[in-house]
Design a protein around this ligand. Structure first.
Ligand SMILES: Nc1ncnc2c1ncn2[C@@H]1O[C@@H]2COP(=O)(O)O[C@H]2[C@H]1O
Length: 823
């Protein structure tokens, strides 16, 4: 197959005319051929294989329609057919002729029909021809009109009305048996070829109709002439719709390729469905077809992805796949069929199934050691937990420190810690978390709360002017705003620098109200998960969005969604983990079935708060589709902050954007070799989603990659929150999720070393290279080194750490140093 748009340096010189259609004699493969002007290429010849055009010889069948009872012309025709070894019948009226056609089985249909056109008052020959052509399966019958010699010789254009009516030939009346014999033999040959072609086209049309991909054939103007059953079912078409412009239904790169005159191409196509609001995006292969240099037809084959099929309802009686023929699998090398047999019951078109098929096929004829290796790989691929991390045997990767084991285990594990023990001990009936009323249905109103002054002045203004630097003084902002940094920073970044009001079509007042109510719903009593953390994550996302890579990839609406998600991503966080809520049988855990409890709550509550009140509804002016898109983005990003999915998101990102250098991509994440960034995958929307997830994930834990004074204060805050959870678990006789996080004994440096080693470094390296921000890794490494020094000096507890650093806490220091808040 040709790669029509493959560009090769040095081969594109010369005028388009000179280049058109010329191939280098050195081109060994289609990939080697020089760049040519695709628009000027002639289409490939349309071949119907000769084998399909063969028809066995058969005796000629003739039907004569002559009103005159004993027509001598009719008799001459019939005797010529008999001499040629065929059979002739005659009828006297148009009605009898049509009856004969309708009565005859397809096998007995005449090859030639001769119609007496000499007496228009008795038999309207053109009318009969039209009626015959309107009868099923008569396209290949040769129709001959017999006219008077006098009429034939008088008028140059005598044949035209007959041809228009559907006759193939016009013959002058004759009694010559020789002339009739020659005529009927020629007709038999022409008829046989016409029949073979029609039969071949019918067979190909049947194959296309049974193919599970969506196929459409258009004329050169891209009007659909044929759409197969899959096309009709998926897009809600009727089979009998006349020629319609393809552009009514299809759009995207495939259409651009078709219009550019390319002769074959592979590109995504967007198809609109009549019964569903959302278009679907499918991979499409296309080809321009023509018998001569010009294109007569264009073929579009849109691969029916598993997602589309699943949406249609697998297993339904009308399932496209049932009883259908996958032309590709039949046409392929047969290996696929072998592996299909092994894959009964799996969704055959899922990419993972294709991968397993390919791997299984590769075992055929392979040496036993390779087979064993592939079988191991296939077994791994068959597990549903492809992205669940497993600690490697590699000593470098083993978590040996109990504090680190506790922390990493609690962050990444989907199991509730000590749940068996819990059931043995019996349930507790205390539901509420320690620092929160935490009633998921109560949205805290912003009424009676301090209104943020729209205009900030003096030092606060100056501070907010530095909001886009990586050492932004977040704790100073916390103090200056008396614990309400989110609304101030949000207004400066979202309303000011990023002007998300334009993208959301809302006014700044609504945005301010939204920020205020979201901030109100953060728990100021939490040491870590409060609105200062939300502001910090917002600031990191804003900082990332300023990087060229992201500017070139994300639309304004996507950037807006990312900022909103960052601001709201931990709203109403109770200060305890999801595992704690599950163990405590908290209503949120019950509501979300112990799955992604907190993240689901943050996302759901964000929309509940927003839609509840028009004054805060920043989405109120968006049309339905845009709202859906923003909502999807915000929810997806908030859910991506769930740490149990950490390795899943990271591995997907690395697999997509980092090319293999040496060793596997997975290995690359854990070696010191530089990662080879490959951003070509950014052209696919599903890969851009990975970027957005990675962005908010990195922002969420960016505290460890901030300059030391910030990183250490965040470490203090999260440790304090963990300790409070442990205290509460002990007080309520709940399973203790992180037993090592006891304020009397816990080593803060070791917890931070573990956190940086196992969570931060790999992720920040991948992200830093992607957005070109080396300081992310540099800060993480220097923080790691400082924690190591403290650990080696025997510093352990929170109190030790701050004593070693020479103050009670950075935050305490800051508080002492700050002027009073400006509101
Ligand atoms: N510096 C840190 N040390 C230890 N754990 C952290 C640190 N920063 C973030 N985390 C954890 O990482 C988690 C990321 O998601 P959450 O904000 O829900 O909760 C966060 C904390 O549990």
């Amino acid at each position: 197959m040709y790669r029509h748009a493959k560009i090769r340096k040095g081969s594109s010189s010369g005028s388009p005319g000179a280049r058109a259609g010329r191939r280098s004699s050195l081109a060994l493969t289609p990939e080697d051929e020089p760049l040519v002007d695709v628009a000027n290429r002639s289409p490939p010849p349309a071949h119907i294989p000769n084998a399909m055009l063969y028809t066995p010889p058969e005796p000629l069948e003739l039907l004569c329609v002559f009103p005159e009872r004993a027509s001598r012309v009719c008799a001459a025709a019939c005797s010529a057919v008999a001499r040629a070894g065929g059979e002739a019948r005659s009828v006297r009226s148009a009605r009898d002729a049509l009856d004969a056609l309708r009565r005859d089985s397809e096998a007995k249909l005449p090859h030639v029909i001769v119609v007496d056109a000499r007496q228009p008052q008795t038999l309207d020959a053109p009318l009969l021809a039209r009626a015959i052509r309107g009868t099923k399966n008569t396209q290949h019958i040769i129709l001959i009109a017999i006219v008077k010699k006098s009429a034939y010789l008088k008028d140059d254009f005598v044949v035209l009305p007959y041809l228009d009516a559907g006759f193939n030939r016009v013959m002058v009346e004759t009694l010559s048996a020789t002339a009739w014999c020659a005529e009927v033999l020629q007709c038999r040959a022409a008829g046989a070829s016409a029949r073979a072609q029609v039969a071949a086209v019918a067979a190909l049309a049947a194959a296309v109709d049974r193919c599970r991909d969506l196929v459409a054939v258009t004329d050169d103007q891209q009007r659909i002439l044929l759409a197969n059953k899959s096309w009709c079912r998926v897009l809600g078409w009727r089979g009998d719709e006349g020629p319609r412009p393809l552009s009514e239904t299809a759009g995207g790169e495939a259409m651009r390729q078709a219009s550019s005159g390319a002769r074959d191409w592979e590109a995504p196509v967007t198809l609109r469905r009549r019964a569903a609001p959302d278009p679907i995006l499918l991979p499409c292969r296309g080809a321009a077809i023509g018998l001569t240099k010009s294109t007569s037809h264009i073929v579009f084959v849109c691969e029916q992805t598993h997602a589309v099929e699943t949406e249609r309802g697998r297993g339904s009686l009308h399932s496209i796949r049932r009883g259908s023929l996958d032309v590709r699998s039949v046409a392929s090398d047969g290996l696929r069929r072998t592996s299909l047999a092994k894959l009964q019951g799996l969704p055959l078109e899922a990419p993972i199934t294709k991968v397993i098929s390919l791997l299984s096929a590769a075992t055929e004829g392979a040496p036993p050691s390779t087979v064993a290796c592939i079988e191991r790989a296939v077994d791994m691929l068959r597990t549903s937990e492809l992205y669940s991390p497993q600690m490697r045997d590699d000593p470098k990767m083993r978590v040996e420190d109990p504090v680190a084991t506790d922390l990493i285990g609690a962050l990444l594990s989907r199991e509730q810690v000590n749940s068996n023990l819990f059931f043995m001990q019996g349930p507790t009936n205390t539901l509420s978390s320690r620092r929160s009323s935490n009633d998921s249905t109560v949205v805290r109103s912003q009424t009676n709360r301090t209104n943020i002054k729209h205009k900030t002045t003096g030092q606060l203004r100056e501070l907010l002017d530095t909001a886009l630097s990586w050492d932004f003084e977040i704790f100073r902002l916390e103090d200056m705003t008396r614990g309400r940094p989110l609304a101030h920073l949000g207004l400066a970044l979202m309303g000011g620098r990023f002007d998300i009001c334009a993208a959301l079509e809302c006014d700044e007042r609504t945005l301010l109200h939204w920020l205020t109510i979201i901030e109100t719903n953060y728990h100021s009593g939490n040491t870590y998960h409060n609105s200062t953390h939300a502001a910090d994550v917002l600031q990191a996302v804003a900082y990332f969005l300023e990087k060229d890579r992201l500017k070139s990839v994300l639309e304004p609406l996507e950037a807006a969604a990312a900022l909103l998600a960052a601001a709201a991503h931990d709203v109403d966080h109770p200060g305890t983990s999801s595992a704690f809520l599950c163990n405590a049988r908290h209503p949120l855990a019950v509501l979300y079935n112990d799955v992604s409890v907190l993240e689901s709550h943050h996302a759901a509550l964000t929309f509940k708060i927003t839609l509840n009140d028009n004054r805060v509804n920043i989405f109120k002016n968006l049309d339905r589709d845009t709202y859906k898109q923003v909502r999807h983005n915000v929810i997806d990003m908030i859910l991506a902050t769930e740490m149990t999915k950490h390795f899943e998101h990271l591995a997907k990102f690395v697999n997509v954007f980092y090319a293999k250098s040496s060793g596997s991509k997975e290995d690359n994440m854990h070696t010191d070799e530089p990662l080879a960034l490959d951003t070509t995958a950014l052209s696919l929307p599903e890969n851009v989603i990975l970027v957005k997830r990675m962005m908010i994930k990195c922002a969420d834990v960016s505290n460890a990659s901030r300059p030391q004074k910030f990183a250490f204060e965040w470490a203090r805050r999260i440790a304090e929150e963990y300790f409070l959870q442990t205290d509460e678990e002990k007080a309520k006789d709940l399973p203790v999720v992180m037993p090592m996080f006891d304020r009397a004994t816990c080593s803060i440096p070791r917890s931070q070393i573990g956190f940086i080693d196992y969570i931060i470094i790999d992720m920040m390296e991948a992200w830093a290279a992607f957005i070109d921000m080396p300081e992310l890794v540099n800060h993480a490494r220097s923080n790691h080194a400082r924690w190591r020094e403290l650990d080696e000096a025997g510093v352990s507890t929170l109190a030790d750490v701050w004593r070693a650093l020479g103050h009670s806490s950075i935050h305490g220091q800051l508080q002492a140093a700050q002027p009073t808040a400006e509101e």
